[in-house]
Design a protein around this ligand. Sequence first.
Ligand code: AGV
Ligand code: CA
Length: 326
Amino acid sequence: MPKPVILDQDGNHDDIISLALLLARPEKVRVIGCICTDADCFVSDAFNISGKLMCLLNKRANRPFFPIGISSFHGVNPFPKEWRCSAKNMDDLPSLNIPEHTEMWEKLKPEYEKLVGEELLADLVMNSPEKVTICVTGPLSNVAWCIQKYGKRFTDNVEECVIMGGAVNVGGNVFLPDTNGTAEWNIYWDPAAAKVVLECPHIRNILFSLDSTNTVPICSSLVQRFGAQNEYLLSQFVGSTWAMCTHHELLRPGDGYYAWDSLTAAYVIDNSLADVEPMALEVEVNKTKDEGRTFRSTQGRACTYVAKNANAQLFYDMVLSSMRSC
Ligand code: AGV
Ligand code: CA
C-alpha cells in the first residue's frame, strides 16, 4: 500500500525534483498535500510549479488532485535573491507549460490560493485516517508551528518527519560576512523552528544533513544521462532543471549544487538508500557567528536519526528510472 506523504518545500531546483520524484512513484507514495514556503524561492513561483506538475502527473495517470498551500512564514535570515529566482526559470520551462496542464491549474488556483500552508499541514495530518510521513525540504517553520499549536494531537499522527537540513560532523553552507560556515541554510533561515522540531521527543525525525547529502553532487555526467530518455516529459523537465545547476561548482569550488532534497525524498520512497544513527542534537539560536549550527548535545535524548552511508549510485539510478514514467 502506498503511504500518505506531505511535501513541505521551498521551491529550489531539488525541492521541485523531490515533488516530481514523489509523484512519479504512486506504488510507494500517495502525495496528500504540498506546502510552499517563501524561503529559497519567491513563493508564487513554487506554488505555480507545484500546481502545474500535479496537473501534468496526476491528470495523465488519472489520480486525484491534492491541496497545495502557501505558508505565511518569513524567516529570520532570508536566502540570497539570486537563488530565490531559480523557481521562476523552472516555472517557464516548456515541458511545464503544455496548455492542457496550465489551463487545468488556472482553474484550480483561486481555491488553492485561499489555503494557508501551516494550517493545511496541521489539518491534513490530524484528519488523516493513517499516520502521515512529512518530507521537509525547506525550513522547519511550518512543522514547528504545528507542534507548538497542537502538541501530541499533531505528533501522534506523524509516522516520521524526513528532513533535509543541518550539518553535524561536516562544515555548513552558509557563507556570509557574519557567519563562520558551520550552519546549513534551511536551519539558518529559522533556527528557533529547527530547535523546536529537532529537540521534540514525540516525533521521529530522520535528518538528511550535509553529512549525507555531500555524497550526491549534481554534475554534468549525471545530468547528460537524461538525453537518452528525452522522449519522456518528466525527463525533459528534470534534466533541464538540473542542467541549470551544474555551473555552481565552477563559480564557487567546494560549494556546488547537490541533490540535497531529492535524496531526502528518495529515502521516503526507499529507506534502503541510507542507514540512520540516533543522536541528540541542539541548534544554536543566538545571533552569534554559528547561528543555525546543529551540534551533538551532551545531555538531551537521542531523538533525531541522522542519515549516513547514503547509496549515491542507487539514488541516481532511482531518479533516472522514475523519470521514465511519463
Ligand atoms: O542547504 C540546502 C538547501 C536545500 O533544501 N537549500 C537548497 C536545497 O533546496 C539551500 C542552498 C544551499 N546552497 C544553495 C542553496 C545554492 N547554491 N543554491 C540554492 N540554494
Ligand atoms: Ca529546499
